[in-house]
Design a binder for this molecule. Structure first.
Ligand SMILES: Cc1cc2nc3c(=O)[nH]c(=O)nc-3n(C[C@H](O)[C@H](O)[C@H](O)COP(=O)(O)OP(=O)(O)OC[C@H]3O[C@@H](n4cnc5c(N)ncnc54)[C@H](O)[C@@H]3O)c2cc1C
Length: 473
């Protein structure tokens, strides 16, 4: 800096260019950034690769499919034939991979070892691990600025402070990392942040056994994650178990027993009911978690129902199996049009709304239903369903096929959406039950509670909400 003759201060301005700098209209040369290397993010990568579109998958964890790995000990209910994306299958087979038995029900760990890990390997350094996205925006544009907005690249900020530019974003970051709270009204229970709460599906009979054996454990929630966890806990000797649900009865969790459309679900429910009736599991109904307090005896969990009636239980361990919700905070600088109830797009909401119809009637959907006012940003996979509880991998695979076709400019393929959903028999039009079906997808510990393959129901593009059938009809 130096003083000028007029007495003002001259300021030295440095000019420089950073790598990856683009000018408006040049975004086509940039990669599509896929957020999350779960089943749907990796399927998106397969479709992008097949279409010859440059891409980068950024995964927060130091491993692929980190959320699936969390429930690796759980056996899924949908057999292999529904769990493998078509484009992924083509590329894996071209690489010499042999698909697992289509009728086999894999555990989460098998899903990774036998399918997702070999798939990710195909993409080499186009899958970047340890890269957590903390925010997305448009280069030089906040949410308010409009003129020329569509012409500029997306800006993706990572947790190490570095930034990427992208021509489009496929956000497959899931919901597993944002579980619902214990509090019955959707808000944290008082004191919830101050005590240690385990989230759904710990590996009770495996890696986490020591945490639970001999410890009084309280499980909160009425879905099948809760049921699966309770059955596993019941295998542990000297381990008192309490199960707290908001409803007045556990009938929905028990399912239809021998008459259940899904035999495995019936078996799960029948075993659970037997444990409750024998006193092995203590069931607390009408339990509206209001407060948790750490005490010398353990964690006291206090319920207060809407009429003011209270009850409480003190346990050594608390497992919250209350479901998940989407976290849209990374995209808060983008123009999103979210359904106020579910947190999906508004277009998607009527298709998946558990207040209105069975999840089995989810019609085929793709790029048009997933689009936000922010062109080029798509939340896909389980995140696209928001709080609706009935997402299936097969649905996500069709979503990304459609979105990638649109990004390739192939609108005919993008709009030709097809969906074959397994008819699981685990959904109903009842809101409370349907909200539990999301966690109800956890249908067995790895020992195997499931045996029956699932029949298919083809849902046409014109299927109505009331038409029945589909994944959960
Ligand atoms: C116990 C259980 C059993 C299920 N069983 C079935 C079944 O039988 N059949 C079926 O079809 N579906 C099943 N589902 C539902 C669904 O198919 C799975 O949840 C599936 O894993 C969803 O895939 P996804 O790719 O959308 O998200 P996820 O698998 O959740 O993957 C999201 C990825 O994004 C990463 N990520 C998160 N945030 C960021 C960030 N900010 N930056 C970068 N990366 C990030 C995560 O680490 C993770 O790897 C089940 C779900 C659960 C929980």
């Amino acid at each position: 800096m130096s003083d000028s003759c007029c007495g003002t201060t001259a300021i030295e301005i440095k000019q420089f260019t950073t790598p990856q700098q683009t000018t408006p209209g040049q975004t086509g040369a940039l990669p599509v950034v896929v957020i999350g290397a779960g089943p749907v993010g990796l399927a998106a990568a397969a479709h992008l690769a097949e279409r010859g579109i440059d891409f980068l998958v950024v995964e927060a964890s130091d491993r692929i499919a980190a959320s699936v790995a969390q429930w690796g000990h759980v056996r899924v209910f949908s057999p292999w034939k529904y769990n493998i994306d078509a484009a992924a299958r083509r590329q894996l087979e071209a690489d010499g991979w042999t698909a697992p038995d289509g009728e086999w029900l894999p555990t989460g760990a098998e899903l990774i070892d036998d399918y997702l890990a070999p798939l990710a390997k195909l993409f080499r350094d186009k899958v970047r691990l340890g890269a957590k996205v903390t925010a997305i925006s448009r280069l030089g544009y906040d949410r308010v600025r409009t003129a020329g907005r569509d012409e500029v690249p997306f800006l993706v900020r990572l947790d190490d402070g570095s930034e990427l530019q992208a021509r489009a974003i496929i956000d497959a970051s899931g919901t597993y990392t944002s579980p619902n709270v214990l509090g019955a009204s959707g808000l944290q229970a008082h004191g919830e942040g101050a005590v240690f709460v385990d989230h759904a599906l710990p590996d009770v009979l495996g890696a986490d056994r020591d945490r639970y054996e001999g410890k009084h454990t309280l499980v909160v929630g009425a879905g099948h994650s809760a049921a699966t966890t309770l059955l596993a806990l019941a295998e542990l000797p000297d381990t008192p178990i309490t199960w707290a649900i908001r409803g007045g009865s556990a009938a929905r969790t028990y399912g239809g027993g021998d008459a259940d459309a899904l035999p495995a679900r019936g078996a799960l429910g029948t075993r659970l009911r037997a444990h409750v009736e024998s006193g092995r599991i203590t069931l607390l109904t009408g339990f509206f978690t209001h407060r948790v307090n750490a005490t010398a005896e353990g964690v006291e969990v206090v319920s207060r129902d809407p009429s003011g009636h209270g009850q409480s239980v003190t346990a050594d361990r608390i497992i919250s199996a209350t479901g998940y919700r989407p976290d849209h905070s990374i995209a808060s600088e983008l123009r999103l049009d979210l359904d106020p109830v579910l947190g999906s797009t508004r277009q998607m909401a009527p298709l998946i709304d558990p207040n209105q119809h069975s999840c089995g009637t989810v019609p085929p959907h793709g790029v048009d239903e997933l689009a936000h006012p922010e062109p080029g940003y798509y939340a896909v996979g389980v995140k696209s369903y928001g709080r609706a509880p009935t997402f299936l991998m097969a649905t996500g695979y069709e979503q990304v096929r459609s979105v990638v076709a649109a990004l390739a400019g192939d609108w005919q393929a993008a709009r030709d959406v097809q969906l074959d959903l397994p008819e699981t028999g685990v959904c109903s039009s009842n809101l409370a039950e349907a909200q539990e079906q999301r966690v109800g997808l956890a249908t067995g510990v790895s020992g195997g509670l499931l045996s029956a393959p699932l029949p298919l129901a083809t849902v046409g593009a014109t299927a109505s909400a009331e038409s029945g059938g589909g994944c959960c009809g």
